[in-house]
Each structure stands twice: as C-alpha cells, then as structure tokens.
Design a protein around this ligand. Sequence first.
Ligand code: ADP
Length: 295
Amino acid sequence: MLEIKNLSKTYGNGVRALDNVSLNIPKGMYGLLGPNGAGKSTLMRTIATLQNADQGSIDFNGIDVLKEPAKLRAQLGYLPQDFGVYPRMSARAMLDHLAILKGLSDNKERKRVVEGLLEQTNLKKVAKKSVASYSGGMRQRFGIAQALIGDPQLIIVDEPTAGLDPEERNRFHNLLSEIGENVVVILSTHIVEDVADLCPRMAILNQGRIVAEGVPSDLIAQLDGKVWMKRISKEELPEHRTRYRVISTRLTQGEVLIHVEAAENPGDGFEAIAPDLEDVYFSTITANQSDAAAA
Ligand code: ADP
C-alpha cells in the first residue's frame, strides 16, 4: 500500500504543481488521470524519489519514501515519461547492463532474468537489435522490461501510451495487466481509455489537486441520469455553451456532438445517454475549471 499525505510542491517560478494531494493506493493497477500540466509527472517523480516535495509524506509499506529514498529505490520500477536517449546497444545487452547496475551480480541468474523479461515483453525476436532502431511500441515494452528488473513492488509508468498506435497500445495494455495484482502499479495518463480498460481504482488530478477518486464504475454511476447529448451545428455551439453545462464536444461529419450535464432533461432536443468514464473526466475537469474561474 502506498500512502500519500498532504503532498504539496511549488516550483521556483511560482507554479503550484501539487496542492495538498492525499491518496491511498492499494495493490493492483491504479490510474492517475489528468490533463497536461495537471501535476502528474511531478507526483510520479516525487514518488520515484527523483525530486522533493515542500510538505507532506509518502509511505510505502512502512518505508518513509521522502526520508529513505534508497530503500524505496530498491523496490521501485520506473518508466519515465521521457525515457531519453535510446542506446545504440542491443536490448539484450542493455537489459544485462541495467541488471548489473541493479545489483544482479550472479551471471546465470542475471541471464535468466534478462531472457525472462525479453520473453514477457515479447521482444525476444528483436533482442539483438539496437534499442535506437525500435518503434514507439517496442521502446515502451523495452521500458517496461527495464522497469521490471529486480522484482519491484512499486511500478510507476508515466504517460506510457502517448504516441502509440491502437495496436501497440493494446499490446502495451495486455502487458501491463499481466504484471500482476501483487504489486502496486501506477499508470499516469491523460488518455481516458487507458484507465477505463485497465484500472480497478483511479484518481483524477487537475491543477495540482485530486478532484475525484475511487472505482471507475462508481464514479460513472454518480453521473447516471445526468448526461444528455445533442447534435448541433458548429454555429450553435457558443449559444449552447452559455445555456448549458457542456462537458464535451466532438466533431462528427460536420456536426458537433455535445454532452451536457444537467439534473433533469433539458428538453430542446437533448437525449438521455448512459455516462462513461470520459463524461466523468470532463465533468470533473470542467467543474474544477469553473470553480477556479469563479474564485
Ligand atoms: P503533467 O505531468 O500532468 O503534465 P507536470 O507535473 O509536468 O504535469 O507539470 C505541472 C505544472 O508544473 C505545469 O504547470 C508545469 O509547467 C509545471 N512544471 C513542471 N516541472 C517544472 C519545473 N521543473 N519548473 C517549473 N515548473 C514546472
């Protein structure tokens, strides 16, 4: 269990990236959803002991993460948002190298671990190729392979599917869901489907604050009977925005499909619609933004 309490961080330029964030994250896949700039990477890097918070605490199974970073690192697997330079080294050689750095000094054992990870991430056939030549999806799977060295109990993946095509994303999802229910896996993303498909629990972060937390189906149920849709022309959009609480707009075939949130049927050609996680996300984010605008 990962317990984050009252975590805050303001950067030197005055941006308050984390504002009193508290979360209890159990074993299994946990989705942290939020738009760009919400503070997700700041939170992930702080948990991964790569940067400090101004206040608050993080506890992982009894380890005080901010005070005992080395202890946490021994149990951590991290796939950063920006994996950085891709080596002109084969995936197998690179994993072997990283495994040595993680302290796997026994040659036989290390070979077993490296081959197991190549197998698990479906990279065995391309293990001799340089990582620099890999496609986006292969790089992300390689990223997971390196994150899994040394049986981490806490795995953090930051925006792993950004830029992947649907097939690669699907593969990556399958890989993540196989990692297991016995470790804490935090998936940070701005893509709603990533969380909807994979995560039994989730939180939404916006402007540094947790604005929703729980089981996705429970969050969806809270919107039951409150989401209405209508097809309108582009010209009608500004007027609809002033009259209704528009939570999402999607352009289809020259028309705009809008979702609005209202306790009762607004009439005016609106139809009831069963809410999904995307509605939850946009409803929460837009509510939060109008609060901020009103303040
Ligand atoms: P996300 O990962 O959700 O996109 P980030 O944690 O990267 O969010 O950023 C949160 C906010 O903090 C943004 O406004 C971003 O511009 C700002 N920020 C991030 N890193 C720094 C930094 N090193 N210095 C100053 N501002 C930063």
